[in-house]
Design a protein around this ligand. Sequence first.
Ligand code: NDP
Ligand code: 8X3
Length: 250
Amino acid sequence: MVETVLVTGASAGFGWAICQELVKAGYRVIGAARRLEKLQDLKEELGDSFYPLALDLTSTENVNQGLASLPNEWQEIDSLINNAGLALGLDKAQEANFGDWETMMMTNMVGLAYLTHALLPKIVERQGYVINMGSIAGTYPYPGGNIYGATKAFVKQFSLNLRADLVGTGVRVTNLEPGLAGGTEFSLVRFKGDQDKAEQLYQGANSIQPKDIARTILWLLEQPAHLNINRLEIMPTSQSFGPLPVHREP
Ligand code: NDP
Ligand code: 8X3
């Protein structure tokens, strides 16, 4: 039986590469995002094993409509890759825009939780898998990471708490926590279209690439059913840890 996997954030970056990798490996993939035209391009490439689903995670109504619109042959979803998400801005909390905070919370937490809640009964029935896209930002604080990091800490704890509830069902849950990753729209979105600023971040860093994440997702899905990888933190070799700063009075 070919498994069906729903991947959010399929119109760019990690999600795009995950869809490519999973279809190549023989899965049926529903790719969800707001930009349907991008998903149609992916459909051109991937063919009948891919279904493009227009869906805005910030609207529960829109998520309901999207799921209800799936044709019968795409209704039986085994596994969910909650990959969609975003950071907006890198301002200090005291200078940040609250609208940006709301968008991050609505997308990275509320949307992710709503979709998971909607699909979980099916996933339990089919003993599937939930893979959530966390981040190192959910563990290590950094200046300007305020709400973005907090949303990823939510995703991490939600993943672990799902494990606590799902024990005995055969459903697996993983929180995947990447560090600096280029080749996606992430920084362009964070810096609101400032291409130079976005590019500078990756210069000389040999950062994680979408293909690395896609291969990791496939590896997770293909682990034997008796193994659950709870959390998986990945960094580029070039990224490491720094000392904690101390502010000193002059
Ligand atoms: P991209 O910006 O390239 O992709 C983000 C995806 O999320 C897009 O497909 C976008 O599609 C989708 N998305 C955003 N908002 C919504 C929404 N309201 N409804 C539905 N889909 C939405 O970023 P990445 O591929 O880099 O990021 C993917 C995930 O990985 C995110 O959760 C991010 O936080 C996480 N991550 C990224 C890292 C990095 O350094 N790149 C490192 C660690 C984690 P559309 O605009 O068409 O809706
Ligand atoms: C993206 C990684 O370090 O820019 O989640 O927050 S980071």
